[in-house]
Design a protein around this ligand. Structure first.
Ligand code: ZN
Ligand code: ZN
Ligand code: ZN
Ligand code: ZN
Ligand code: ZN
Length: 1338
């Protein structure tokens, strides 16, 4: 066994100690590599073969060889022997123990002991229990994903960990599903330890064993503390000690390694550490470890006592001579309970074996600093009468040398030793050659000879009553790992002058300040006797002192409430601070041994003798409790106040929001100009021509609307994952594709001067403007931008493109929308005269259109309005044909562009509202809808440009209006440039017409004018829809419908169908169908009526949004899609009187000037205009009409399959359709399904890689690509790109980037929805992702 021990000795040396040394930074010079090796040593994958195996071997050793032998060796290997000295000064001869390193090594030594005695990995712990422990340990260090747990669980040969993995996981952890944040932060599914784990199973020792980094342990303690606080298991402000766990019993084949704690060597070491702890030289973590070890010693000794009959309890041996660092001989027995009571009196210090005769100038600063530290360490007395110590010439003295110098040398047995022992000069680093000598020495020898200490050595008794603060840093500042309680502790320790005076009664009268003692001085006088330190403490007395110190009250331990505490503590998991654990230990001692119990009582009386003092203690205890109660009450109060403040803040915010909203409504009362707060200079001013204010806006191109698909298909197209689906995915059924075809046709049949004014564009590459709602002076913004350009702080920001972050909310912006001075100024409102007839209003509207031209201006406001228009133009991604070309620009294109911006933004808002104005009462408020919009300021800016463009185009908008209404033309047509091929009114887009009129009319018209305009456009829309619907009917069906019509009136669908049939029935519009009129022909008028209403809805929605924004009329509360039409026509005042539901149909919303024949004449004019086009181009006319109004689905991303495997299988080897090679990183556009060669040169054109080019083409600069090989989504937004995350997660809602783990992955509905929402809401730029400039290289 001894041979084996020798070998293991080396193992200890090489592995365990080295490991702790490295962690403590002793091997710094070896660089980082050595640290890496230490990490490998404990890493989970290797721990089975490395650290655990070593530990097992050591545990076996510890039980097979003499405990004192084992312990002494360990103490030396950890280089803590020197630390165990009570001498005030520690010679620097031991290179390991310089300054800061001694506490960490001591801590490591105790950690090692605690690990040794409590780990049961190979000592009979069941496999399940072991796996549970490992899992708990991992979870306590941090929440983990399923795969992290799988990966980090230590592997053991021959065990099937997966068998009980899931059941254990369910037992110890709760699953926390990933939450999605609006900012775009995405979490993965996590496992978090159950509350019970923290109470019962969190094992700090095992965490320390497995923690790769020290901070992992710290984290686990922080988490434990947090749990304890939240669960109210801890008094507020108190930091818990690590809850070290009592180990289970070993398997029968093994002896309990705790046996080593029954050694007197350990007892002596514990006493020394406690002694230093009371002096304040030890971190709380070290205290916690010692208390734990002592507790285990009590438990194991108790077990032993129960087995054996009690040995004769030896009485105290205080008279024995004790030598410093000679731990083996401080106690004469191994009985714990005896040793707990044993009072250690005086300890003889060992002269320093350094022979160099150096004299010190004692007043050197350095010396003073050191000495203060040193003398603080112990009470050194010069007792010239009784104290004896070993003389230098004595042989026993010499034989003692090797140990005290802390070196490992061959044993020289006492008798043969001569004075100049080579041991004294040998280097302390010499390798381990043999067993330490101590154990072989007969104890008596050492005790015989003691020599009185000569008086001339001036030893400073640095009494604790000294006014000088101790130079030693309080233990809180030591590199301890005491769970972050440093701050609270430091408070206690920082007042040693007061508290310690009471706690450590001084026994010496010698208070004089004298020169610090230097052991080296003995060198000059070979006969000098070593000094001594008076300890006069037992472990019990030290524990009592420590308890008092930790709780901050003298005589704080109260053994009387023992019983009640015991009953409650039995079933409760231990959670508490230092005082709690010391108390627990003391109670355990009292329970286990009555002699000790009595000793505790006696010691208390001795330490705090006077009744007065005890009363004082009692009072203080009560005070503390009262204080604690008061503090808790205060805390509650503060919490309440904070809550209240928070609520108030929310209320204020809400109120402000309401204020801002209601400002518009109260405008009629307020005559003063509206003021805005500038977020840069904080001043509130109105926006004026000279000093304009603006809204912070982000302008971007959008193709979201263009991705609407035709109604009738499944709402979502599917990303094909087989050939069949590939056939099915159509690219031509989107609004963008439809519009392209339409434009081509329009251009073929009509003059651009006309058709440019008949449509809107911007479905594909339109301009979207959004705001965060913050205002600023344009001047202020300019200086802000200037400073941004010079600073260039945000790497992803491009100030040269005008980009900046809103100074207030930090949202991305790239322009500013000037606020017209007329905004909110109701004095400029154009009011209608009361009781005007409709004809008069139409007349006035016509005049407004003719007269309301933009007056040229050079004000700052005009400049700003020009600037934002420039920003909008440069941001578009419109097809070249609409962009003003240098060679052949037509003024109409500018007008088209301007009105289309209004259209795009209204349509986008509609999409963000879910595609209709129906508000679901079940679903939460739409997350897509921005909190603040800028439609009205935008319309003001657009109106200025529209008027300018109208003049440039020389377009008589008022004439179009007159045509629309059927008013007689007042100005001879000959005065105008004739348009040869004009688009008939029946083929013009009614929404485009409405927007044109709204932008050309004064924006502050009375609502009556707006309503009338909407009514006029609705009339046209209605007949367009009727004509379109009639094209879907056979002539027989048309005849059938007409047969039930009332002539001369338009009151229902049959009437209007009859009217259209009358006007157009004779043309070639209707393809001759052979089916003759038969009796059996049936027609479902109800279904047709519904279709008519459905086709009218898009116009009604946009008109309603306009009214809502321009006049701040709250939108109707529409709950079902069936009621949308009727609610909107009432909202728009197309119908004002109530009527029977049975009479209601789309035609009742028609409005014509009364007492005129316009209700027949106007539609007839439109029809004849169209009929002449039919006669020219029959097929085109019909196809225009048939596809005039289309119902679209809201835009959607492509539907993805549930299993990722389907995507991978189908796409990972699919060639790109452009270069026909298989891309390295195949990526699929989720808007259209196109495969692109991400980052590859093969498909690079004009230095732009394929994904970037496709994003521009397909999404107007916004691209959403699925990278097949990595499962990740890449989002391209303009000149930036980001890695968005994965839509596919495994069973535990974790990502598997690059498919490294190869788990089956399933579509995450939440993430998919989030991605789509961000796309639809144009919010990619506002997500908290890492955006980088892609430089066209994706
Ligand atoms: Zn300002
Ligand atoms: Zn802002
Ligand atoms: Zn695409
Ligand atoms: Zn390609
Ligand atoms: Zn390619």
């Amino acid at each position: 066994m001894d041979n084996l021990w020798m070998e293991n000795n080396i193992i200890v040396n090489l592995l365990q100690v080295a490991f702790y040394e490295i962690l403590n930074g002793l091997w710094v010079r070896n660089g980082l590599q050595i640290k890496g090796q230490a990490m490998t040593y404990i890493q989970c994958n290797f721990c089975n073969s490395m650290v655990d195996a070593d530990l097992y071997l050591l545990q076996i050793c510890s039980t097979r060889i003499a405990a004192y032998n084992f312990l002494n060796t360990v103490i030396e290997k950890f280089h803590v022997k020197e630390w165990m000295s009570l001498a005030p000064y520690q010679a620097p001869q031991n290179a390991y123990l310089e300054g800061e390193h001694d506490t960490p090594m001591l801590e490591s030594f105790l950690t090692f002991l605690a690990t040794l005695i409590s780990v049961r990995t190979n000592l009979g712990l069941s496999e399940t229990a072991l796996n549970r422990l490992e899992m708990v340990t991992l979870l306590c260090m941090g929440d983990k994903t399923h795969s992290q747990l799988m990966e980090l669980m230590p592997e053991r040969c021959g065990t099937s960990q997966s068998r009980d993995f899931e059941s254990l996981l369910a037992e110890v952890a709760d699953y926390r599903a990933p939450a999605l944040e609006a900012s775009g932060n995405m979490q993965q599914g996590m496992y978090v330890p159950k509350p019970l784990i923290w109470e019962k199973q969190y094992d700090p020792i095992h965490v320390l064993l497995r923690a790769v980094h020290r901070r992992d342990f710290q984290t686990s303690m922080d988490r434990y503390t947090e749990y304890a606080r939240q669960a109210n298991k801890l008094k507020a402000g108190v930091s818990p000690w690590p809850p070290f766990r009592t180990p289970t019993d070993c398997a029968e084949a093994y002896e309990d390694p705790r046996q080593i704690l029954k050694s007197r060597v350990f007892h002596a070491a514990a006493l020394i550490i406690l002694y230093k702890a009371v002096k304040g030289h030890v971190s709380e973590h070290v205290m916690a470890l010692v208390i734990f070890l002592l507790e285990q010693a009590v438990i194991i000794s108790q077990q032993e006592d129960n087995k054996n009959t009690k040995m004769c309890s030896t009485t105290s041996q205080t008279q024995n001579q004790l030598n410093d660092m000679d731990l083996t001989n401080w106690f004469s027995v191994d009985s714990l309970f005896d040793n707990l009571r044993t009072v250690v009196g005086r300890v003889i210090l060992t002269p320093e074996p350094d022979f160099s005769p150096i004299t010190y100038s004692s007043d050197s600063d350095l010396e003073w600093e050191n000495s203060e530290v040193d003398t603080e360490m112990a009470d050194i007395t010069i007792d010239d009468t009784k104290m004896l110590t070993l003389g230098e010439g004595s042989s026993t003295w010499n034989s003692n040398q090797p140990q005290s110098s802390g070196t490992d040398l061959m044993v020289f047995r006492g008798d043969q030793q001569n004075q100049d022992s080579p041991a004294m000069e040998s280097t302390p680093t010499s390798s381990v050659l043999a067993l330490p000598s101590t154990t072989n020495l007969p104890m008596e020898v050492e005790r015989i000879m003691s020599v009185a200490l000569p008086a001339y050595i001036s030893v400073n008794h640095h009494a604790s009553s000294s006014a000088e603060p101790p130079a030693l840093p309080p233990p809180a500042q030591l590199p301890a790992i005491t769970a972050g309680n440093e701050v609270s502790r430091a408070v206690i320790w920082s007042q040693p002058g007061t508290s310690r005076k009471e706690l450590v009664p001084t026994t010496s009268q010698n208070h004089r300040k004298s020169y610090p003692y230097r052991r080296r001085q003995t060198v000059d006088r070979p006969n000098a006797n070593p000094p001594s330190v008076k300890v006069n403490e037992s472990i019990i007395s030290l524990l009592l002192r420590l308890h008092s110190q930790l709780s901050g009250i003298p005589d704080s331990y109260n053994p009387d409430d023992e019983e009640e505490a015991n009953t409650s503590a039995a079933d409760q998991a231990p959670i508490g601070d230092g005082a709690y654990y010391v108390e627990k230990l003391l109670r355990k001692i009292s329970m286990a041994d009555t002699t000790c119990k009595n000793c505790i009582k006696e010691t208390r009386m001795k330490l705090w003798p006077s009744q007065e003092e005890r009363d004082e203690a009692q009072k203080q205890r009560e005070n503390m409790e009262r204080e604690e109660r008061r503090r808790r009450a205060k805390e509650r109060q503060q919490k309440l106040m904070a809550e209240f403040a928070n609520k108030q803040k929310q209320f204020m915010e809400k109120a402000m929001e309401i204020d801002e909203n209601s400002e518009g409504m109260e405008e009629e009362v307020l005559v003063t100009k509206e003021e805005y707060d500038c977020v840069i200079c904080n001043q509130s001013t109105p926006s004026t021509e000279e000093k304009p204010m603006g809204l912070v806006v982000l302008i971007q191109a959008t193709s979201v609307i263009g991705h609407r698909r035709r109604y009738g298909q499944p709402e979502r197209s599917t990303l094909p994952t087989c050939e069949e689906e590939r056939e099915f995915l159509r690219r031509d059924d989107t609004l963008a594709a439809e519009f392209d075809r339409r434009v081509e046709e329009l251009d073929r049949h009509f003059d651009p001067q006309s058709w440019f004014l008949s449509v809107n564009l911007g479905w594909d590459g339109g301009v979207h403007v959004q705001t965060c709602g913050h205002h600023l002076h344009l001047d202020c913004l300019n200086s802000y931008l200037q400073s941004l350009r010079s600073q260039q702080r945000q790497p992803a920001l491009s100030p040269e493109k005008g980009e900046y972050l809103c100074p207030l909310c930090r949202q991305l912006a790239n322009s500013v929308l000037p606020l017209s001075p007329q905004l909110g100024d109701k004095t400029q409102m154009v009011r209608s005269k009361p009781n005007e007839s409709m004809s008069q209003i139409l007349e006035e509207l016509s005049n407004f259109l003719r007269e309301n031209d933009q007056k040229p201006s050079t004000s700052n406001m005009a400049e700003a309005i020009g600037k934002v228009m420039e920003d909008m133009s440069s941001s578009t991604q419109l097809k070249p044909m609409f962009k003003p070309k240098s060679e052949k620009p037509i003024p109409q294109s500018l007008f088209l562009f301007v009105t289309s911006i209004a259209r795009t933004n209204l349509e986008v808002e509609l999409i963000q509202r879910g595609g209709s104005l129906v508000v679901s009462c079940i679903e939460p408020p739409n997350p897509l809808l921005p909190k603040r919009d800028c439609i009205v300021p935008l319309l003001h800016v657009l109106a200025v440009h529209a008027r300018v463009a109208r003049v440039l185009a020389m377009w008589p908008a008022w004439m179009t209006f007159q045509q629309l209404c059927g008013l007689p033309a007042k100005v001879p047509i000959t005065a105008l440039a004739p348009i040869e091929r004009e688009v008939p009114l029946l083929l013009r887009d009614p929404i485009a017409l409405l927007l044109q009129f709204v932008l050309l009319l004064p924006l502050h018209l009375d609502q009556t004018y707006f309503t009338t305009t909407v009514q006029m456009v609705y009339n046209l829309l209605y007949y367009q829809v009727i004509a379109q619907v009639s094209c879907g009917l056979t002539s027989a069906e048309r005849m059938r419908a007409a047969s039930s019509a009332t002539k001369g009136r338009i009151t229902n669908l049959c009437d209007s169908l009859d009217f259209i049939n009358e006007c157009l029935g004779q043309t070639d519009l209707y393809m001759e169908d052979d089916s003759l009129s038969s009796e059996k022909t049936q027609i479902n008028i109800l279904a047709l009526e519904q279709q008519v209403q459905k086709l009218c809805l898009p116009f009604l929605r946009i008109a309603s949004l306009l009214k809502y924004h321009l006049y701040q009329q709250p939108l109707p509360d529409i709950r079902t899609s069936q009621s949308e039409f009727v609610r909107l026509v009432y909202y728009l005042e197309l119908v004002t009187e109530s009527m029977d539901w049975g009479c209601f149909n789309a035609s009742v919303a028609l409005n014509w000037p009364s007492d005129t024949n316009m209700f027949i004449d106007s539609p007839r004019t439109w029809c004849s205009q169209f009929a002449s086009f039919v006669s020219k181009s029959q097929i085109a006319a019909r196809s225009f009409l048939v596809d005039q109004h289309i119902v679209w689905h809201p835009p959607r991303l492509l539907q993805l399959p549930r299993e990722y495997e389907k995507i991978f299988t189908y796409y990972h080897e699919r060639p790109c359709s452009q270069c026909h090679s298989v891309p390295q990183e195949t990526s699929i556009c989720l808007l259209c399904g196109t495969i692109v060669c991400l980052k590859q040169n093969c498909c690079k054109q004009q230095n732009v890689c394929e994904a970037v080019a496709h994003a521009a083409e397909c999404g107007a600069g916004t691209g959403v690509f699925l990278v097949v090989t990595s499962t990740y989504i890449i989002v391209i937004r303009g000149h930036r790109a980001c890695l968005w995350g994965s839509l596919y997660l495994d069973d535990f809602e974790e990502e598997d980037r690059d498919l490294k783990r190869g788990k089956p992955l399933y579509l995450s509905r939440d993430r998919y929805q989030l991605l789509e929402q961000q796309w639809l809401a144009h919010r990619f730029d506002h997500t908290k992702k890492t955006w980088v400039h892609h430089r066209n290289a994706l």
